[in-house]
Design a protein around this ligand. Structure first.
Ligand code: HEC
Length: 171
């Protein structure tokens, strides 16, 4: 049979469904009505589908990060712009930094210390209540949104190297 929005199939009868390929991606998943209701009522931070991970990241970004890092991702505000950040920073570093930039600074991480000196006056919150997976979802969302907004590589400038000795003489 062919199928349109909200068609309900009799679960006792085996059926073949044709779905127009424009609605399909490699991450498509099919649910029975019961599974769908279950899906709606759970948090999706452990899902492996990239669509769901990005949507989870979007929600987490909007509630935790957006007030200091606006989601146009091009312009700095209280914190730096984050467009294409995953091209410049390693995911493991990003997760640890997001959980606690203060711990990283204390442990002597040069980049975290440089960022802190560059943004004198404001300090990023720690997000130790977020799981690694949730933080990764936030960066998957930023990566996806940077593509959607066509932010060019190098459009947002990131600190690459910095010399702590020159910093300590400045501050
Ligand atoms: C209270 C404001 C504030 C909030 C909320 C905030 N940040 Fe930040 N963020 C900053 C500031 C300020 C810096 C610059 C470093 C510093 O001074 O701590 C920064 C730096 C960063 C950097 C480093 C950028 C680089 O060049 O490597 C990343 C990544 C980042 N934030 C991600 C996030 C994410 C993800 C969230 C939400 C989970 C978030 N921030 C929430 C203020 C904030």
């Amino acid at each position: 049979m062919s199928c349109s929005d909200n068609d309900i199939l009799d679960s006792g009868v085996s059926s073949t469904i044709e779905v127009d390929s424009v609605f399909l991606s490699k991450d498509s998943i099919f649910f029975s009505d019961e599974e769908y209701q279950d899906w709606l009522s759970t948090r999706h931070n452990t899902d492996t589908s990239s669509y769901l991970r990005i949507e989870n990241g979007r929600a987490l970004f909007n509630s935790n990060c957006n007030n200091c890092h606006p989601n146009n991702f091009r312009k700095p505000a209280t914190g730096p712009a984050l467009g294409n950040v995953t091209m410049y920073r390693d995911m493991t570093w990003l997760i640890e930094y997001t959980k606690s930039s203060t711990k990283m600074i204390k442990s002597g991480d040069i980049l975290a210390t440089c960022l802190f000196y560059n943004w004198q006056g404001s300090v990023m919150n720690n997000f130790e209540h977020l799981t690694d997976k949730e933080i990764e979802n936030i960066y998957l969302y930023i990566e996806d949104e940077s593509k959607n907004q066509k932010i060019k590589k190098d459009e947002v400038k990131y600190i690459k190297n910095c010399n702590l000795d020159s910093l300590s003489s400045r501050w």
